[in-house]
Design a binder for this molecule. Structure first.
Ligand SMILES: Cc1ncc(COP(=O)(O)O)c(C=O)c1O
Length: 370
């Protein structure tokens, strides 16, 4: 076997193992759950993933670049950092690539929570940064969401003191799916950033449909004490590849860079670079998400169950049943739904996903609750 044949043969063997979907795709809608999945046969609607990813063009890049698996990721970072800096309109030294945005959230939790650092956050909200800070001796002031399950910015501002080191905003918020008024958000961030660092978790930013809704990267550009996290796990469909990034002023960015533990990996970097270029898949994913959300809303309306109009790829609704029971009963219907979010223990979070998965959710919910 000559070298080229051998290489092709190796690729074929490798593809047979994990990437069985590459041949003959007739558009994204034809993608099916991968054969190796431990979730086979289940509607997996518990983790806010995008089941259509990676896009076809990203799969091709991954397939054609297996050999980078033997190289450390650092030499591949520069190109992606350049593309992200251009997209976010900041200089390259404002970007920190991370292993999923979780690594960036944890690095910030460590840096600002260490040894008694105080943090102000909404409750419930995404926990990665907060829990990590607590592990390292930080103290988190949890401020309940308001009656519409949105961050209560006035109450949060009242909790900021001279000891506060970081204010955590998750916008749109996980699990409620709510979006802050853009003017209020900007005013809050710009005024509190003189007293502590503001962290804006924008994992779901791409799903916002409100025109010209600002990312808090605009404040980074203006030199504020603001850190923004973004991810390739959601609309780009790369949750399993583990890649995300932080945007912050260069002095803050370099401190966070030094606190990373694992970093992302070479294949993920190449995949993310291609994902940014694949605007067709991006648009497809957003359209699919809107379709699925409408199907979920219609079901909840028909069953008279309260829910929050979501700016994300999931819907938070009040089932009225203790969440532990609902998770178990929906599991028996073949549908995985989101974990408990105390104190809202008769609410449930359901991710969008494939149309068939949402249909299974709708059928299952109807059976379980009636
Ligand atoms: C609000 C929020 N931030 C961050 C993340 C972390 O995602 P990742 O580490 O995959 O970027 C999630 C994941 O669900 C999330 O909901």
């Amino acid at each position: 076997m000559n070298t080229t044949d051998r290489r092709n043969w190796l690729k074929t063997v490798a593809l047979g193992g994990g990437f069985t979907l590459l041949g003959g795709l007739q558009g994204y809608a034809s993608l099916t759950p991968d054969a190796q999945s431990p979730f086979k046969g289940l509607a997996k609607l518990n983790s806010n993933e995008n089941p259509f990813g990676p896009s076809e063009s990203v799969r091709k890049v991954i397939q054609e670049n297996f050999e980078v698996g033997c190289r450390y990721p650092f030499q591949y970072m520069k190109d992606l950092v350049r593309d992200i800096a251009k997209k976010e309109e900041v200089s390259e030294d404002c970007i920190v690539l991370t292993g999923g945005s979780t690594e960036g959230l944890k690095a910030a939790g460590l840096v600002y929570g260490l040894e008694g650092g105080e943090i102000v956050a909404a409750d419930p909200t995404f926990q990665a940064l907060l829990r990590y800070a607590e592990y390292f001796g930080g103290y988190v002031h949890r401020v309940p969401l308001d009656a519409s399950l949105t961050h209560d910015l006035d109450a949060m501002e009242r909790r900021v003191t001279g000891k506060t080191r970081l204010i955590f905003i998750c916008n749109p918020n996980n699990p409620s799916g709510t979006l802050l008024d853009s003017g209020k958000l900007r005013d809050f961030c710009s005024s509190t950033a003189s007293r502590a660092v503001v962290f804006s978790d924008e994992a779901y930013y791409d799903y916002i449909t409100e025109p010209d809704y600002p990312s808090m990267t605009s404040l980074v550009r203006e030199g504020y004490n603001v850190i923004v996290s973004k991810t390739f796990s959601k609309v780009y469909g790369l949750a399993g590849m583990r890649i995300g990034y932080l945007v912050a002023r260069p002095d803050i960015a370099s401190r966070l860079q030094d606190s990373l533990m694992a970093n992302t990996n070479s294949l993920a970097i190449l995949a993310a670079k291609q994902a940014l270029a694949d605007t067709d898949f991006y648009k497809f994913s957003l359209a699919q998400n809107e379709k699925c959300k409408d199907m979920i809303y219609a079901q909840l309306d028909q069953m008279n169950l309260p829910y929050i109009k979501s700016h994300t790829n999931f819907v938070f609704f009040k089932s009225g049943m203790p969440i532990g029971n609902l998770i178990e009963k929906m599991g028996a219907e073949g549908v995985q739904i989101g974990r408990p979010f105390p104190p809202l223990l008769d609410w449930a979070r359901i991710s969008t996903g494939r149309i068939e998965e949402v249909e299974a959710f709708n059928r299952g919910l109807q059976r379980v609750l009636t």
